[in-house]
Write a protein that binds this ligand. Structure first.
Ligand code: HEC
Ligand code: HEC
Ligand code: HEC
Ligand code: HEC
Ligand code: HEC
Length: 450
């Protein structure tokens, strides 16, 4: 039998032991070497400033100024706050509160005080993967900063808005995300990324106190390096799955499957010499590389009377045949559709000599996500879009021919114009940055076959 004293002693030992058992909430990674990663060595960030410091890459500029300048021009340097359009993504993250109110009755998310890292990883997984290396206090601080920024903008307090923008500008897909934290995907095969190393194309010394070695990255020259953040499909292993970019999925299951033989880095870094200024639909060289595009206009004089009843009485009804041929040369659909609404539109217009419109047609190309992967309602943002109703985007390596057969009664000169426009936010409003990709104009007289 135990004495009271020994029972008390056992209880104390047991209580002490419990203290050192990891709680299920902060389970440690399985495997060898995780304790040598940046976050394990320096500890999880407790504040936004600590998180910036954890993967701070500003000093890389001292010796890699060209690479650094190129990276600054890329979207990777503005993956949450943004320079081109500050706050747009921050505002999108804040929609978690609207989503929670309207569609997440089981999330227990009412105010900033409830926000956890888990609520934000549906976006941060790609936009700020290092957020996983922070405590919940950082999630709350970050959302608090977004709200401060939003309110300051609303109240025209530009000074406060700028302070927030500057504070958050260090939070992005920095050099150390690609060259350290996310440089290894298969950690049980290749080991966890080591805190004193930058991963590159060879093993060699690196003349930097904090990172004295360059180690060959197993994936830097593979599509996987990019694919890890560019979407293989909906993330079904999350408690509430999200889907945004799906480029890597289509790259694997469509582009490669159809015989495509280039990788992301070929097209986005090497071919157009963009290097770390990794670009897409806004860059002239990428726009040019994106697709083959041609238009053929064929006037036809038909014998045997008009096909269009409104021209009854006209003996020879002239018709206009317009063929638009397109072939997507990218490694994934165009567009890929993050955020929802991104689309390409093709306008075909025929005008008479006096400028009046004789014909107009508009087609759009985009993936149409399914709301929560059920039914026929379109999902709006990454929180909702886990399915697909239909995808009318231009798929890689496929020829698309749009054919128009237009009866034209005008006897004089006409003007045919064809325009392909990329709409990053789905709207043609100037503030939403529509980009004209291809334009074709031809004047001709019907009956003159050239
Ligand atoms: C004090 C100067 C200096 C600083 C600071 C510096 N580097 Fe380097 N880095 C070099 C030199 C020199 C090389 C080796 C070039 C060579 O031999 O090809 C190099 C090589 C590299 C390579 C390998 C390139 C390859 O061949 O694949 C990578 C990746 C790299 N650095 C990333 C970084 C990152 C990320 C940072 C910031 C965390 C950084 N460097 C900071 C000087 C520096
Ligand atoms: C699977 C990775 C991934 C996830 C998850 C993700 N995004 Fe994105 N997001 C991207 C990529 C890649 C782009 C850029 C590609 C593009 O423009 O099509 C992008 C673009 C955006 C843009 C447009 C940026 C601009 O200024 O052009 C917004 C806004 C955005 N995401 C918000 C969000 C929000 C909010 C969430 C979470 C609900 C989220 N994203 C989740 C990868 C992701
Ligand atoms: C989105 C991921 C990504 C980011 C962010 C990134 N790199 Fe790279 N880096 C790469 C890839 C991929 C290559 C290999 C490119 C190739 O093989 O054409 C590379 C190559 C390099 C090289 C060797 C070749 C060269 O271009 O000189 C250096 C040095 C380098 N990166 C430094 C940096 C620095 C410094 C930063 C931050 C300013 C940075 N990288 C940010 C992915 C990235
Ligand atoms: C750590 C995650 C991550 C990695 C790794 C990554 N990206 Fe990105 N990438 C993003 C996010 C997030 C965005 C969207 C940034 C924004 O606009 O908010 C983006 C934007 C882009 C864009 C611009 C899209 C636009 O709207 O203009 C291109 C192109 C791109 N990435 C290609 C690549 C390539 C190629 C690689 C590999 C060398 C790569 N990415 C690696 C996360 C990543
Ligand atoms: C064969 C060349 C090629 C390959 C391979 C390729 N891309 Fe692209 N990518 C392009 C071109 C050209 C564009 C510009 C058209 C556009 O923006 O849609 C583009 C656009 C993009 C965009 C913007 C998407 C959008 O909605 O418009 C992203 C993001 C992107 N690429 C990422 C990637 C990633 C990640 C990979 C590898 C998994 C990859 N790309 C492979 C050529 C390529």
């Amino acid at each position: 039998m135990f004495s009271t004293r020994s029972v008390r002693a056992i209880a104390i030992v047991f209580a002490l032991a419990l203290q050192f058992l990891p709680s299920p909430g902060d389970a440690q990674p399985a495997g060898i070497g995780w304790d040598n990663t940046i976050v394990a060595r320096r500890g999880k960030a407790k504040t936004v400033t600590e998180l910036s410091a954890l993967y701070d890459s500003t000093h890389c500029r001292d010796c890699h100024p060209k690479v650094y300048r190129a990276w600054e021009l890329s979207a990777h340097s503005e993956s949450i706050m943004g320079k081109r359009r500050p706050g747009r993504k921050a505002l999108a993250w804040l929609t978690i509160f609207d989503v929670a109110k309207e569609e997440w009755p089981f999330t227990k998310l009412g105010s900033v005080a409830d926000v956890k890292i888990e609520h934000l990883m549906g976006c941060a997984r790609c936009h700020l993967p290092q957020l996983a290396d922070a405590e919940d206090s950082v999630a709350r601080e970050l959302i608090g900063d977004f709200i401060t920024w939003r309110d300051a903008k609303k109240n025209k307090d530009f000074e406060t808005a700028q302070v927030v923008e500057e504070k958050l500008s260090e939070l992005s897909v920095t050099c150390l995300i690609c060259h350290n934290r996310n440089a290894v995907v298969h950690k049980w095969t290749d080991g966890f990324p080591s805190w004193r190393v930058v991963y590159g194309s060879a093993n060699k010394p690196h003349p930097v106190g904090k990172f004295p070695a360059v180690i060959m990255s197993p994936i830097q020259d593979e599509a996987l390096a990019c694919g890890q953040c560019h979407g293989a499909g909906p993330l079904l292993d999350r408690e509430s799955p999200t889907q945004c970019a799906t480029g890597y999925g289509f790259y694997l299951f469509d582009y490669k499957a159809r015989g495509g033989d280039e990788i992301c880095q070929d097209c986005h870094m090497r071919k157009e010499n963009l290097g770390h200024n990794i670009q897409s639909y806004r860059d002239p060289s990428m726009i040019k590389a994106a697709l083959d595009f041609s238009v053929e206009v064929t006037p036809i004089l038909l014998h045997g009377g008009p096909l269009n009843p409104s021209e009854a009485g006209v003996k020879d009804a002239p018709r206009l045949r317009v063929d638009v041929k397109m072939m997507n040369r990218a490694g994934h659909p165009i567009p890929d559709g993050c955020p929802t609404g991104t689309k390409l539109i093709l306008d075909v217009t025929v005008k008479s000599a006096d400028g009046s419109e004789l014909f107009f047609d508009e087609k759009s190309y985009m993936p149409i996500p399914q709301d929560y992967a059920r039914g026929d309602k379109m999902g709006r943002g990454p929180f909702e879009k886990t399915g697909l109703i239909i995808n009318t985007a231009l798929l890689p390596l496929r020829k698309v021919t749009e054919r128009y057969d237009i009866p034209i009664a005008a006897p004089d000169e006409i003007e045919v114009s064809v325009k392909l426009t990329y709409l990053p936010y789905g709207s043609t409003k100037e503030v939403d940055d529509p980009i004209v990709w291809r334009e074709f104009v031809k004047k001709l007289k019907l009956g003159e076959i050239d």
